[in-house]
Design a protein around this ligand. Structure first.
Ligand code: 5GP
Length: 203
C-alpha cells in the first residue's frame, strides 16, 4: 500500500510547526526535511529542521532537478528534496510536507493526489500576538510576515481542508484523523477489500 502525501501550510506563526512536530512524535508519519538558504535559528539542527544551504548550493540543487518544488519566501529559497519523499511514499509511509503556498500549488500540479491542509489561527490579531510572543524575529520581519499573511489569504480557497488552530491538542488530533481518512479517499480501500476477500476465501 502506498503512503499518502499531505501538505500542511498556513500563515507564519499559525502553529503549523508545532502541530507537525507533535504529529511525527505521536504517529509514524515521515516529515520531509526541506533545504533552505535561511540562516539557522537558535537551536535548529542541520538535517533535522532544515538542510541549510548557500545560495550557490541551492541553485545547483535546482539545476540538477533534485527538488520537487521550491519557492522564495521573504528573501530566502526553500525547497523539497525529491528522493526522500518518493522513497517514503513507495515504502508505504505517509509523508507530510510543511511548505508555503506557492510550493504547495506546484506540488499539486505534479502530484494531483496530494491533499492540501491549511492551518489558520482564529484571527489576524491572534496571529500577530503569537508572532511577537515567539520572539525569534525582529519587529521588521514580523511585519513582513504579517503582510505576506494578508496576501496569502487568497490561497485559502485552493486548499482541500482548512483547520483552525485554537487549542493545539484538538488541532493535532483533527489533522491526524483527517490524514487517516485520506487513505480511504485515495482509493486504497480497493486493495484492502481485495485482501480481506482473499483472506476469507483462504480461511
Ligand atoms: P521558516 O523560515 O519560518 O522556517 O519558514 C518560512 C516558510 O517557508 C514557512 O511557511 C514554511 O512552511 C515554508 N517552507 C519550509 N520549507 C519549505 C519548502 O521546502 N518549500 C516551500 N515552498 N516552502 C517551505
Amino acid at each position: 500500500m502506498k503512503g499518502v502525501l499531505v501538505i500542511i501550510s498556513g500563515f507564519s506563526g499559525a502553529g503549523k510547526g508545532t502541530i507537525v512536530k507533535e504529529l511525527v512524535q505521536r504517529y509514524p508519519y515521515s516529515l520531509s526535511v526541506s533545504a533552505t538558504t535561511r540562516a539557522p535559528r537558535q537551536g535548529e539542527i542541520e538535517g533535522k529542521d532544515y538542510f541549510f544551504k548557500t545560495k550557490e548550493e541551492f541553485e545547483q540543487m535546482i539545476r540538477e532537478d533534485r527538488l520537487i518544488e521550491y519557492a522564495q519566501y521573504v528573501d530566502n529559497y526553500y525547497g523539497t528534496p525529491r528522493d526522500y519523499v518518493l522513497k517514503q511514499l513507495e515504502a508505504g509511509t505517509d509523508v507530510i510536507l510543511e511548505i508555503e503556498m506557492q510550493g504547495a500549488m506546484r506540488v499539486k500540479e505534479k502530484f494531483p493526489d496530494v491533499s492540501l491542509i491549511f492551518i489558520t489561527p482564529p484571527s489576524a490579531a491572534e496571529l500577530q500576538r503569537r508572532l511577537r510572543k515567539r520572539g525569534t524575529e525582529p519587529e521588521e520581519v514580523i511585519s513582513q510576515r504579517l503582510s505576506r499573511a494578508r496576501e496569502e489569504c487568497a490561497y485559502m480557497p485552493r486548499y482541500d481542508y482548512i483547520i483552525v488552530n485554537d487549542e493545539l491538542e484538538d488541532c493535532v488530533e483533527q489533522v491526524h484523523n483527517l490524514i487517516r481518512s485520506l487513505h480511504w479517499e485515495s482509493g486504497q480501500q480497493g486493495e484492502l477489500i481485495e485482501k480481506i476477500t482473499k483472506d476469507f476465501k483462504n480461511l
